[in-house]
Write a new protein. Sequence first.
Length: 510
Amino acid sequence: MKINIIGSGVSGMTAGIYLQMNGFETHIFEKHSIPGGLCTSWKKGEYIFDSCAHWILGSDSGSSFYKIWNEILDMKKIKFHNHDIRMEVGLKNNTNKYGDKTFYLYTNLSKLEEYMIDIAPEDTKAIKEFIKPIRVMQKFDLPPILDDLPLFKSILRGIKMTRYLEFLYWFLKIKNYTNFTYSKKFKNPFLKESFELLYDGDEVNMMVLTLPLSVFDKKSAGYPIGGSMEFAKKIEQTYLNLGGTIHYNTPVKKILTENGIANGVLVRNNIQHFSDITISAADWNFTVFDALDGKYVTNEMLDLKNKKSLKVFYSVMQFCFGIAKDLSDVPHFSRIPLKEPLISPDGTEYNRFEVHVYNYDSSLAPEGKTAVTVSFYTTNQDFWIDARKDDRPKYRTAKTEFTIKVIDLLDERLGDIKDKIEVIDVATPATFQRYTGNWKGSTQGWLPGKNLLAKSPVGFKLPGIKNFYYSSHWNQPGGGLPIAIKTGRDVAKLICKEHNVKFKVLPRTI
């Protein structure tokens, strides 16, 4: 049985790998010349710049995602770096008892708990209540990849109820908390402000913080040395070794249908490639409204299009700098308050900026030099996308003026770097949309926000069309690599089930 897959991002390649393992013939059609989609990095001059994998959930056996990754990669052969401090958050209004205006988010839970109690002994109870559910999470297989049902449905239906009672108890206790509401549990103003700023001033469900911390502590959320593209190429190699085919530089124009049945894809030069099954692992908006002409939609999908339900995850203004300076003594990841608000050309006002110093990966820059990125997140993506499309001089001017301001801020932060900048590369929302096809230049699909259990109306299937499946980070709010690999695995498993093929995973011989 032949299956065409649109997109060689992580979800598309993952689906292809599992389908090849289970006897299907798969072909991936990719508009770009390289794999990975948003899981990418690129070289400019002597430097490599990354835009994706700050950490891989499941980089070691301390997370159940390790089991999934290890089905498609030999994870023991990949070198990961585990940070002692996840990030440093600069405060503007408060200092701790030592006069320090920086909150350190340690990855070791014991050290984090000790640090927080030392700063605010009056908040010992609230701090312990923050740490406790993270410890509980470490006892459980999240997600339980051997079950067909999602974890919470399994619990509610009584499956493994006894085993998950402790997790359910703590989940119900914190599921309605956000970093904003939890900050109110602290008496100490330094901790209050720290929690409010953990996500650059945004309000997110506490599980977005606690789940990663549970795996950071177990050293199972490391950064892959070499960057995102090297990681994506390893997935590509697994797929190719299993006999899969990737057609690069071959953008899909339409999904072919006949009488409500998907039977292939139309690519550039109006060439048709027929198949028994079609999977789109591409952008949801392109898939639903362009490739399928909006014929198979629900009211919920139209609400998404009109921004009436879920919000699109931020896009990024990413400023990349190759700096001829050894920055090994600089914090690797920090969010820093600005003395004065910075106004982006798209109208967004920033009171903080994010600096990522890749001083822990020597493969990204020559010896004695460092790759550095500065990121600003925006929901005004259309300014950049429309400017590039309709007014290229305006687009270039906006980028240049913003870059000059960023260099001034970076020089103040890192000290004496202006004359040491050898390479500058700026990615805007228009860049992300152009190279990855993601709607609005979104970097992770839908924004999870306060409701952790919010569901995307874009599921594995669309109404009214047969032999078609959809799989990507748009399937679940929050997106990212964990969602991409899990949806790729899940859609392959669903196809096997519906076509009476016993789903199997091949031994590691690839």
